[in-house]
Design a protein around this ligand. Structure first.
Ligand code: COA
Length: 353
């Protein structure tokens, strides 16, 4: 068979040690991964290069295994983990990409995966990886590694060019007016001036972060603390990865407390995509239109001040109120991912097999 004796060579290193001549190959594969996962245009290469060139950090790290054939990068595997104590350090998110159309997909996946799991930081006990449904990569994790799909992630996208700008501005104004009458003030902050609300935001974020989506009630798992340094650390992390945040907040005027927010990340390397990250309203203040109104404010912002066309958001579960809001905002199901969770005992068994 042509090329069947070509050997895969592996470079195993931390993100900060990746050889310069391998970076462009990784960037191209990361663009392929974005397109496969989102069915949307990827970022310009500089976005991924910026990520690869980040300096050593005391809050996160990335372990890489890069595969080459004849000096060409044909695939890589990467585990992205946290090192700060306030984060859950027992899991890492993983990427594994092989050149599109590669015949020996499964063989190379096996090699890269084996090497990655043998070089993980010792605290990591679980790996998470997203695979679009129906791709052969999914079979590798389910059949060969024996991993389970922990949940499905539904990527929903609204093409905001469908909105009439004047009507949308008018509706958002009316929504804000209704909230004002109910005793809420709307605020807008970005990465640049978030420090002015960070202290007040931390307790709101802590509650929202810990909501269990299925029940949509505050039946909480293990509560993860969200101190203010975690709020600022998260923004710093996103900023270092090129994501500029726009945060729309609702403040309860009587108590002065922040009670709801929605946030969009926009990268200058892909300005036509706005990534709606978290939205949350604390239970005592729900069902008064805060969630919807916040999203309307962010929609108007994108329509009038940005180049965003595709407004994307992910839902891990069927979340009745969020789906209702998203339906009103023109969202359609775009891609469904299987989110595999691979446990240490599973990768150890895989290595032995
Ligand atoms: C989703 C969430 C932000 C909604 O906030 P909210 O301020 O209560 O929502 P709104 O009052 O604006 O409601 C918007 C629409 O959803 C409907 N809705 C709200 N709660 C609902 C529920 N529990 N079941 C069904 N529909 C619901 C409302 O009736 C309204 O539709 P309508 O105008 O046609 O009546 C809030 O429930 C929440 O914080 N959930 C937990 C966090 C979360 O799941 N976030 C989403 C993932 S990031």
């Amino acid at each position: 068979m042509p090329g069947s004796n070509l050997k895969l060579t592996l470079t195993i290193c931390d993100r900060t040690e990746i050889p310069e001549d391998l970076k462009q190959g990784i960037v191209t594969l990361k663009q392929q991964l974005t397109e496969d996962l989102s069915n949307l245009p990827s970022h310009a290469g500089e976005h991924y290069l910026r990520g690869l060139n980040l300096p050593v950090s005391d809050i996160e790290g990335q372990q890489y295994v890069i595969g080459q054939i004849n000096n060409e990068v044909i695939g890589f595997a990467m585990a992205d983990y946290r090192t700060a104590e306030y984060n859950d350090r027992s899991y890492a998110t993983m990427q594994l990409v092989i050149n599109r159309g590669e015949e020996k997909l499964k063989e190379y996946m096996r090699d890269l995966f084996s090497s990655l799991v043998q070089n993980l930081p010792p605290l990591v006990k679980t790996l998470r990886i997203d695979v679009p449904q129906g791709k052969p990569e999914g079979e590798f994790y389910s059949k060969e590694v024996g991993a389970k799909v922990a949940f499905n992630m539904r990527l929903n996208v609204s093409d905001i060019s469908q909105f009439n700008i004047e009507e949308t501005i008018q509706e958002a104004k009316e929504e804000a007016q209704k909230l004002d009458e109910k005793g809420y003030e709307l605020l807008y902050r970005t990465t640049d001036n978030f420090d002015t609300v960070a202290e007040d935001f931390a307790p709101l974020m802590e509650r929202v972060w810990n909501f269990v989506e299925e029940s949509n009630e505050e039946t909480v798992k293990d509560v993860e603390a969200f101190p203010v340094e975690r709020v600022t650390g998260r923004l710093e992390y996103l900023n270092a990865h090129g994501a500029f945040m726009h945060v729309f907040l609702a403040k309860h005027k009587e108590t002065g407390k922040l009670v709801g927010f929605t946030e969009i990340a926009i990268c200058d390397t892909n300005p036509i995509v706005g990534n709606q990250i978290l939205t949350g309203v604390i239970p005592e203040h729900r069902r008064q239109g805060i969630g919807y109104s916040l999203k309307m404010q962010s929609l108007v912002y994108m329509l009038t001040k940005t180049k965003v066309r595709y407004w994307e958001t992910g839902n891990a579960t069927m979340n009745a109120p969020m789906l209702k809001i998203n339906e009103k905002l023109g969202y359609k199901l775009w891609v469904t991912h299987d989110c595999f969770e691979i446990k240490q005992n599973e990768w150890e068994a895989f290595l032995k097999a």
